[in-house]
Design a protein around this ligand. Structure first.
Ligand code: NAD
Length: 365
């Protein structure tokens, strides 16, 4: 088992709380990583195979993401060791028990993540009076339905395209993972003139160099079908990596690009919609080839920016304006700093986030 103290460095974590509740069978961990910028916001993940280490890595990623986005929030994360597909009544008991257990930890604001959703956040709000990612009926902004993260990815791509002189009219886009992030990124990019030439989901890849109609593909997915039911050439799940394009958007799983397959990717911009979609080795290989990497916690911050605007009582249109503003500004800063210092965009992004965190830490007694 991971030694909790071995995880600590000078940024955090501030608190690691292990929770058990015998009547419900709840087993959970909360990591509040760093609250220098404000109370931590981070999702609650429910899965049978979560771990303290995963919870800590995700909490640290939130510390960076929230600081980079200039939010008045630190980073945290929680995990519940359980099957997310269990009967709803049992799941509700677990989530409510967890919310009560962390009720007094006011330095953490719970949000949705894998295995939890807006209904789960409504239960938490009901128990302890605070949560983000709520249903619209109780003040939430439906960020996945509106495409907050895809909107932010698009803002980041626009800045990067300008940076390298890529004309977005007719620019070819390939999206891995046509879900909440991927489909909206494709939709917003198509609205500004890009052409979706390939999209994949867990069942396969659809390729059409002449262009795929994004609205039709979104409608297909809404019927529960796969992208491969759309018009175009059908290929295996992994074939998305071989599609030549200008903008490649991972929006599915972690570490999908690694040393073993990165040589196959032919793109100019890698816009990271998913969290940690590429290994460090893959990113290094791509930068060597001149591919512009838009790091995950810069490009995919739209969701948490939206959650923060919701928490502070703002509207969906305010959230979208804030996302565009913050992500465009950060992307510009990261690209210019990486170029000026001759470092990777990942390093420039880490420096940007850590500078803000350390400055905020300096204001504390
Ligand atoms: P989602 O479940 O809505 O969509 C994921 C899609 O990926 C699905 O269409 C699924 O079929 C597909 N998929 C799964 N395995 C695949 C594979 N091996 N190859 C191709 N496609 C595959 O999830 P989402 O909310 O869109 O999140 C996607 C990623 O973005 C995750 O890594 C998530 O952590 C990250 N993220 C999401 C948000 C958000 O606001 N939803 C914000 C930041 C980061």
């Amino acid at each position: 088992m991971t030694d909790p103290f071995a995880l600590a460095d000078d940024l955090g974590p501030e608190k690691i709380i292990h929770v058990t509740d015998v009547p419900t069978g709840l087993r959970a961990i909360l990591v509040v990583d760093n609250t220098a910028c404000g109370p931590a916001i981070g999702g609650c993940r429910m899965a049978p195979d979560v771990s303290l280490e995963e919870c800590f890595r995700l909490a640290r990623a939130m510390t960076r993401k929230n600081a980079a986005a200039g939010l008045p929030h630190g980073g945290g994360k929680s995990v519940i060791f359980a099957d997310p597909h269990q009967p709803a009544a049992a799941k509700e008991k677990l989530i409510r028990a967890f919310a009560r257990a962390i009720g007094e930890v006011t330095s953490y604001i719970i949000g949705p993540d894998m295995g939890t959703d807006e209904t789960a956040m409504a239960w938490c709000k009901d128990e302890i009076g605070r949560a983000v990612g709520l249903p619209p009926e109780i003040g939430g902004i439906p960020l996945d339905e509106l495409g907050a993260t895809g909107w932010g990815v698009t803002a980041s791509v626009e800045v990067a395209a300008k940076h390298i002189g890529l004309n977005l009219q007719g620019a070819r886009v390939a999206v891995q993972g046509f879900g909440a992030v991927g489909k909206h990124a494709a939709r917003f990019l198509a609205e500004i003139g890009c052409v979706l030439v390939a999209a994949s989901d867990s069942r396969g890849t659809l390729v059409n160099p002449k262009g795929i109609e994004v609205a039709a593909l979104i409608a297909l997915k809404a019927e529960g079908k796969s992208v491969v039911d759309g018009k175009g050439e059908k290929a295996g799940v992994d074939a998305i990596i071989d599609v030549e394009c200008d903008i490649w958007i991972p929006a599915a799983r972690p570490d999908v690009l690694n040393e073993g397959n990165v040589g196959r990717l032919k793109t100019k911009i890698l816009a990271q919609g998913a969290n940690i979609p590429a290994t460090a080795g893959a990113e290094a290989a791509l930068e060597k080839r001149g591919v512009v990497i838009l790091p995950d916690f810069i490009a995919n911050a739209g969701g948490v920016i939206c959650a923060s605007v919701e928490y502070h009582g703002g509207s969906a249109s305010q959230a979208f304006a804030t996302i565009k503003d913050k992500i465009s500004q950060n992307t510009r800063e990261v690209l210019e700093s990486a170029k000026a210092k001759g470092v990777s965009t990942r390093q420039a992004a880490n420096e940007l986030a850590e500078r803000r965190i350390r400055r905020a830490m300096g204001f504390r007694g």
